[in-house]
Design a binder for this molecule. Sequence first.
Ligand SMILES: *Cc1c(COP(=O)(O)O)cnc(C)c1O
Length: 383
Amino acid sequence: MSWQQRIESALAQQQEKDLFRRRQAYEHHQGREIQFAGRSYLNFSSNDYLGLSQHPALIAAWQQGAAQWGVGSTSSGHIIGYSQEHQQFEQELATWLGFDRALLFISGYSANQAVISALGQKSDLLVADKLCHISMLEAAMQSAAQLKRFQHNDISSLSRLLTARESGETLLMTEGIFSMDGDSAPLAALANQARQAGAWLMVDDAHGIGVMGDEGRGSCQVQQVKPDILVVTFGKAFGCSGAAVLCHDSTADYLLQYARHLIYSTMMPAAQVATLSTALQVIRQACHLRARLQNNIRHFCEGASALPFQRLPSNSAIQPLIIGENQVALTLAARLREQGIWLTAIRPPTVPQGSARLRITLSATHSNEDIERLLEALYGSAS
Ligand SMILES: *Cc1c(COP(=O)(O)O)cnc(C)c1O
């Protein structure tokens, strides 16, 4: 088979299994509303939980940052890509979350890859929740260390994997709030298991940071757990993009020596860092936005209780409806679009086989009426 043939046959297979993915370009986007091909939809697919992607203070910070620093960081942070703006924001993050240090990365994907690939060595064991984000699982699969996965949020399944080891270190990995299921990890119990096994705990709180806890400090603050490594991302509640790894002093220095994603990649622009710093100030004071979001979540959960779809035990902004077959999920999403609701069907391998779903994400920018419209459309499409 030639390259061309191989590619075409792979595409044909994706089509056959209803797994073909395509992107659609919107022409306008304003928080809760999004416009495609001349039609406006209520947007229930974005991770912009607090609506900060459109916040005037963040937009002004980016503009001022670009005027002050230019638009590019011009190199890796190890060369000359690291400004006082970066340094200051790392310190703000570390203080806010109660860690020695924070290191900025251009994305959550690269932060997870960097940490796991820099830590995992041949005799080590990486233990991950089955539903951990692919950025963690992929890095773990490629690592020289051994990967074992435990049943989702299941402490007894985990404890069977955390048996005594003669050599090597163990890293236990989970998410704070699971990105495709919306439920929380039992962090205190996981931390306990890790402590007993002499393992380190790593938490990716992409969906908890900014949204949960005092000042938006996330899932770990809510559950009063301090992991050894905390990953937070800025593409969700922060409304922007990028990520940070929070850790001990020596771990930060170690990552600066061995994390290739930092050493060989251009640093995030300082103007973006200035924007993130403003986002952090907004988030710390955004009790009203978090309360609005909680209201919307409550409103949706009460209204959705009679829907004929399987729901998951989620109290978060992520409210999946489990549909099963890919084709059925695609048809439902299309029907909802006819009614002006924008939802994406999430299919394998993003979620396990046979659990295609509509992943509803709620935001503080949605009004009560928006939630009512969503519910009406869901009940209408279900029948
Ligand atoms: C979104 C997400 C990531 C990836 O973060 P990016 O900054 O978008 O690359 C990592 N982990 C989890 C749990 C996520 O939901």
